[in-house]
Design a protein around this ligand. Structure first.
Ligand SMILES: [Zn+2]
Length: 304
């Protein structure tokens, strides 16, 4: 059984009609999944609001307070050059972070071993004390911090196959050896971080524009899988961005649905071997609506 966690509030967050990070992304995924052979094994859950305590495990309390303070009653406010809040954005961001927490609760308690959070805003660019790159709170980091604080887990792996580096996740867990962070990303490219990181628990794989299936799979095989095997995670979390797809115009990788199937099966083997099969995956990027729906389907079909 796969928990599909989302909330209607996530569709009310809107950064402008031309903005690529748009509410229709969630519908494209939901419609593709619900009309598929997976519909019988998907259990839909409403995402709860993350609490201040849960957020403050990953973020500076002053930053959290600032986000609550600037949340507009009407109109919109810009947090950085491409991230804004409308009157619904705070609740959407709280639901997106709460979804990861709820996903952790579901896979730790059962009956679901796998949870997918179909949420926005995404999270992996949000740092300890700043919003950036469409992200307000770092959803996957809030979930991982909950797994450590609430369940006492000592080894949580976060893998990130979004085409952009998960700079926020790295920033939050740079000094946290209980978290292994593995990321593949186009480099040099936004957010222009991560390529030079030296750390035994942060496995960054910068890859050039034009990287295809072969280059991506080689990086995962050579760098991620040995690190994950050595780490033996008790929980596997995935920053699941699908903007490395060849059809996605946000960046310049050339992955296809089969690559998302492949990497998900590899990750599932790790989770089955060390983490009792427990996987929490949360949506990050992915802006071509057709490719996004098909890619998430490939991802979840490999997890079932
Ligand atoms: Zn991205």
């Amino acid at each position: 059984m796969i928990a599909l966690i989302s909330h209607e509030d996530c569709a009310l967050h809107q950064m402008g009609l031309e903005h690529p990070e748009q509410p229709a992304r969630l519908d494209a995924i939901h419609d593709r999944l619900i009309s598929s052979n997976l519909s019988m094994v998907l259990f839909e859950h409403d995402a709860p609001l993350a609490t201040r305590e849960q957020l403050e495990r990953a973020h500076d309390p002053e930053y959290v307070a600032e986000i609550f303070a600037v949340s507009p009653k009407e109109g919109s406010v810009w947090l950085d050059g491409d991230t804004s809040m409308n009157p619904h954005s705070l609740n959407a961001a709280l639901r997106a972070a709460g979804a990861a927490v709820h996903g952790v609760d579901l896979v730790m308690h059962g009956p679901c071993q796998v949870a997918f959070c179909n949420v926005r805003p995404p999270g992996h660019h949000a740092e300890h004390n700043r919003a950036m790159g469409f992200c307000i709170f770092n959803n996957i980091a809030v979930g991982a911090a909950h797994a450590m604080a609430h369940y006492g887990l000592e080894r949580v792996a976060i893998v990130d196959f979004d085409v952009h580096h998960g700079n926020g996740t790295e920033d939050i867990f740079a000094d946290e050896p209980r978290v292994l962070f593995c990321s593949t990303f186009q480099s040099p490219f936004y957010p222009f971080k991560g390529a030079d990181t030296v750390s035994d628990h942060i496995i960054n794989c910068p890859l050039p524009a034009g990287t295809d299936s072969q280059g991506f799979r080689a990086a995962v095989t050579d760098r991620w899988l040995p690190a994950l095997t050595n780490f033996q995670p008790e929980l596997l979390m995935i920053s699941a961005g699908f903007d490395a797809h060849i059809a996605d115009e946000m960046a310049h990788f050339r992955l296809m649905e089969a690559d998302y199937t492949w990497v998900t099966l590899e990750l599932r083997q790790i989770a089955d071997q060390y983490a009792k099969g427990r996987i929490v995956s949360s949506l990050e990027g992915g802006y071509d609506l057709g490719a996004l729906g098909r890619s998430v389907y490939a991802h979840l079909n490999a997890l079932f």
